[in-house]
Every structure is written in structure tokens, then in C-alpha cells.
Design a protein around this ligand. Structure first.
Ligand code: XMP
Length: 510
């Protein structure tokens, strides 16, 4: 399959470049900026994109790619920092300008013969830079400019090197997708053959060739990723698949009956359910630190899988629905991204478990898994369900996990979901839940003064959980949710609504 490689110089938008290129059906992979030329050549990319990044090319130690990428004879597109790298590499000059350009700019297109083909003469583009080209290299020409950047887009057509100062990958840039499509399909000649039906066909063959006659244990949570994975595995290996659903006591309301029912009845997949509530909650007793909670939950899952293997095995493989952003955010990144939270389903298994890890969705984005779920005819109400974190309610309970706090978040979250469904808001938001901590506030119940919990509502909109914005719900709806929670959930006196975006906040409070 034809592909484009994006080298990641640390921009917060690197994965977006990758997604946008895939959206136009060209397969794209994100690699660390310092990937050796041998690795890049092995992938046989049709073109390379150099991402943006926080550094300055003229600083000592700033990230640089292997120079040999410029000798591969394939097109290269530099974006922002990537553009400056190209200018620098071919003896142009980059310097810091006093007028930092940040936000919208009008891009005037001077040459629309290839990169800007089919695009209006003037478009809005998104700029985010302090450095810019003072002098462009010899043999490069200007393709577009803005008021502050005379060389906002440049090219050396003979060698097919292109540099753009703005970010075509963010939705703020008009026709950004067309620019990336022109680069990947017209200039690089990559065939648009990345489709989710193609992925399913390839994946089924790939799973079969890896697994042969081995038996696979698939942990399912009821979320879209693991459910879709189970259906795909069922297609690939049928009776050699056993699904396990673990009730860890940290699930949403009624989840422990709903999920096994979906798999057994509607999808005809053999599912073992195990109640490990006591085990998980006793291990979590007295633990407040979120990363420690994740670690304990991860270890306990491994113990439960080990027991299931003993009772229903032997199994040789454990399948998980790990996605590309999980891989990136867990610091197993292909670029210089910091570890923010360790998502427990990434990073391998304890060796003593003696199971090999099967992660067919490791390169996929969530919207791609959704497309696969539709193609595999998973019922719509499951496809539309909000994502739920692996450690469950433990990361929505601030401080120690107690039965009392579990009862509160479970009940309050079901009210949040219920009201969103009723008002038609459920499908418009990415995640919506209630969280609770140890803070108490005074309330009045009847004529009595009570001291109860503060419940925090978090409702966010997002495309992929990498960034998110809080939902501007109508006040009346927030008010209804708040009233229902204080009236119906015992021990709650106050309800707050979160107005922090990601970044700087994260989606889950822990
Ligand atoms: P944050 O809180 O990092 O969440 O903004 C991003 C997305 O990941 C989910 N999440 C997790 N998923 N294990 C998981 O499987 C975890 O430890 C974990 N922590 C957060 C979160 O619900 C959101 O969709």
C-alpha cells in the first residue's frame, strides 16, 4: 500500500497531519524525527512530511532529520518548523522576528499549479511561529505569501521539496485538506487505497497468519474499541477466541449485565464474565494517588486474566483494543511527547502471564475504529456510546476509592447520560460524566443542615481525546441535571460544572 511518512518534531498537531492525510484515503504513519534512513527507506514512502515543532532550527541541539531523506528522490513537505528545516538545509536563512505571527492570516496564492491546485486565490490560514525565513534558498520559488510572511509557501519543483509556514492540518486553515491531498496524491503520487474495508480484509489475514491455531483471550470493556476488536477477531479466528468481561466494581450503572448480553446475544461471541469487584476494591483501599491506582488496577487485571487462563485456557495471546493516541500519550511515542498519564492498556504485559499481546488497532484513530464498527454491523447504540477509561470510575473518584463515592459517581453519571440522551445532546459530545472527591459543602435538606459531597460534571467535545473543549450546554439543561443529582443521589449537596479545556486540563480528573 502506498504511504506517506510524517516525521514528528514535537508539534502538538503532528498526529493531526497523519489523520488528515488518512482522511483522504492515503495511509500515513508518524515516526520520530530522528528515525534512521534505513527505517524510512524500508517503509518505501511516496512522500515525507516534516511536522512543526517547538524548537528553533538555528539553536544548537535542535531536532534534525537524517539528511539522507533529501536524497531519496521523493517529495518532501515541511510544515512550520519543518519548512524552516528545509530553508536551513538548503542555505536559506531563518531568524527570529519581533512580530510573532499567531492566529489567522490571509494567505495569497501566487502559484496554483501543484500544491495549491484547485484552491481559491486567497484563503484563511493558521499561523503559529516566531521564526521565519529571512532569505529563501537558491532554486526555490515563492508559491504564496501573507502580509507578514513574504515566503509563506515555497518550492523547489525540480526536487519536489515544498515548505509552508502555516498549518494545513488544523481545521482553521481553509482547504487545508486539499493542500495535504495535493501533496500526497498529486505531487507524491500516492494511491488513495487506505479504506477501512481494506483494513478489515488485511487485518483478518494478518491476525490469522500471526495466530495460526493458537487460542486468543480478548478482554472487553463494553467500549467501542474492544467490542469492535472482538467482532473482528471472531471473524478472523471464530472458535479460537474467548472474550472475558471483568466486573472490577468500577463500571458504569448496569454495565455488568449489558455488556455480556450484547456480546453473547446480539453478536454471538462467546463471553466469560467474571466478578472481581471485591478483589479490585480491596486492593485500592487507602490509595489516593491516580498513577498508583492505575498500576494496581493494571496488575489486578493481569491477575484476573491469569485466573481465566487457568480456568478456560490455555491461551497463547491476549488481544487489546489499544489505539494510536493511547500509544502516543503513554510516552511510547514516536516523537518527543511527555508522559501525561499511563494508560494501563499500553506498554505490554507482565512476563509471568506468558501471553503474547495482539493489538490490531494500534495504528488506528478512534474515528477509524468507528467506521470499522459500522462496516461490521455492530448495533448503533453501542457505536454511539461514549468512551470509558480502562480504570473506570477509579479515575473519576478523586482521592481514595470508597463504596460511598462509587455509589455517588455511578448514580450521578447515569443522570448526566440520561438527561443528555433525553435532550438530544448525547451524540453531540465526546464524553459526559460525574466525578466526586472528598470535598464537602453545606446544604439544606427540608429544614435540616446537611454536610454533603460536591459532585463535578464534566462534559467535553473532542475529535480524538487528544484535545477537548468543554461543552456549552444550555443553562436549563445544566440546571435540570444539577437538580436531579441533588434530589436523587443521597449525600450530595452541591453540583459544579467544569469549564476547563484540554489542554491545559485533561478529560479525566485523575
Ligand atoms: P485524559 O484524561 O488523558 O483522557 O485527557 C484521554 C482519553 O483517555 C481516556 N483515559 C483512559 N483510558 N486508561 C484508558 O484506557 C486510562 O488510564 C485512561 N485515562 C484516561 C479518557 O476517558 C479519555 O477518553
Amino acid at each position: 500500500m502506498d504511504k506517506i511518512v510524517v516525521l514528528d518534531f514535537g508539534s502538538q498537531y503532528s498526529h493531526l497531519i497523519c489523520r488528515r492525510i488518512r482522511e483522504s484515503n492515503v495511509y500515513c504513519e508518524l515516526l520520530p524525527y530522528d528515525s534512521p534512513i534505513s527505517l524510512i527507506k524500508k517503509l518505501e514512502p511516496k512522500g515525507i512530511v516534516l511536522s512543526g515543532g517547538p524548537s528553533s532550527v538555528y539553536l544548537k541541539g535542535s531536532p534534525k532529520p537524517d539528511k539522507k531523506i533529501f536524497e531519496m528522490g521523493i517529495p518532501v513537505l515541511g510544515i512550520c518548523y519543518g519548512h524552516q528545516l528545509i530553508v536551513n538545509e538548503f542555505n536559506g536563512k531563518i531568524k527570529r522576528f519581533d512580530n510573532r505571527e499567531y492566529g489567522y492570516a490571509d494567505l495569497v496564492i501566487d502559484d496554483s499549479s501543484d500544491l495549491f491546485k484547485g484552491i481559491n486565490k486567497k484563503i484563511k490560514c493558521w499561523m503559529s511561529h516566531a521564526d521565519a525565513a529571512e532569505k529563501i534558498p537558491n532554486n526555490f520559488e515563492i508559491l504564496a505569501h501573507t502580509e507578514n510572511s513574504q515566503s509563506a509557501a515555497i518550492a523547489n519543483r525540480d526536487r519536489k521539496f515544498y515548505g509552508i509556514q502555516f498549518h494545513p492540518e488544523v481545521s482553521h486553515t481553509e482547504e487545508g485538506n486539499s493542500i495535504l491531498r495535493n501533496f500526497s496524491q498529486s505531487i507524491s503520487n500516492a494511491k488513495p487505497d487506505w479504506t477501512m474495508q481494506g483494513f478489515i480484509d488485511f487485518s483478518i489475514k494478518d491476525i490469522r497468519s500471526k495466530v495460526h491455531d493458537d487460542r486468543v483471550l480478548c478482554a472487553i470493556s463494553g467500549g467501542i474499541d474492544s467490542t469492535t476488536l472482538a467482532v473482528l477477531l471472531n471473524k478472523a479466528i471464530g472458535k479460537n477466541l474467548t472474550c472475558v468481561f471483568v466486573n472490577n466494581g468500577l463500571l458504569r450503572l448496569n454495565e455488568e449485565t449489558l455488556v455480556p448480553e450484547l456480546l453473547n446475544k446480539h453478536l454471538d461471541i462467546n463471553t466469560v464474565s467474571t466478578n472481581a469487584e471485591e478483589r479490585f476494591l480491596s486492593k485500592l483501599k487507602g490509595i489516593s494517588d491516580p498513577e498508583q491506582k492505575r498500576k494496581i488496577i493494571g496488575e489486578e487485571f493481569a491477575q484476573v486474566f491469569s485466573d481465566v487462563t487457568r480456568d478456560y485456557g490455555p491461551f497463547q495471546w491476549l488481544a487489546q483494543g489499544t489505539l494510536y493516541p493511547d500509544v502516543i500519550e503513554s510516552g511510547f511515542s514516536k516523537g518527543p511527547a511527555a508522559v501525561i498519564k499511563t494508560h494501563h492498556n499500553v506498554g505490554g504485559l507482565p512476563e509471568w502471564l506468558n501471553l503474547k499481546l495482539l493489538e490490531p488497532f494500534r495504528t488506528l484513530y478512534k474515528d477509524e475504529v468507528r467506521q470499522i464498527a459500522v462496516l461490521l454491523e455492530i448495533p448503533n447504540e453501542f457505536i454511539k456510546r461514549h468512551p470509558f477509561p480502562g480504570p473506570g470510575l477509579a479515575v473519576r473518584i478523586i482521592g481514595e476509592v470508597t463504596y460511598e463515592k462509587i455509589r455517588i459517581v455511578r448514580h450521578a453519571s447515569s443522570i448526566v447520560e440520561n438527561e443528555l440522551l433525553r435532550s438530544g445532546w448525547y451524540d453531540k459530545v465526546w464524553q459526559a460524566y460525574a466525578a466526586v472527591g472528598d470535598d464537602l459543602a453545606v446544604g439544606v435538606l427540608g429544614d435540616e443542615r446537611v454536610y454533603g459531597h460536591i459532585v463535578t460534571i464534566r462534559i467535553v467535545e473532542s475529535l480524538d481525546a487528544m484535545t477537548a473543549d468543554w461543552s456549552r450546554l444550555p443553562y436549563d439543561l445544566i440546571s435540570k441535571i444539577s437538580n436531579r443529582i441533588t434530589n436523587e443521589v443521597n449525600g450530595v449537596t452541591w453540583v459544579t460544572y467544569t469549564v476547563s479545556s484540554k489542554p491545559p486540563a485533561t478529560i479525566e480528573p485523575q
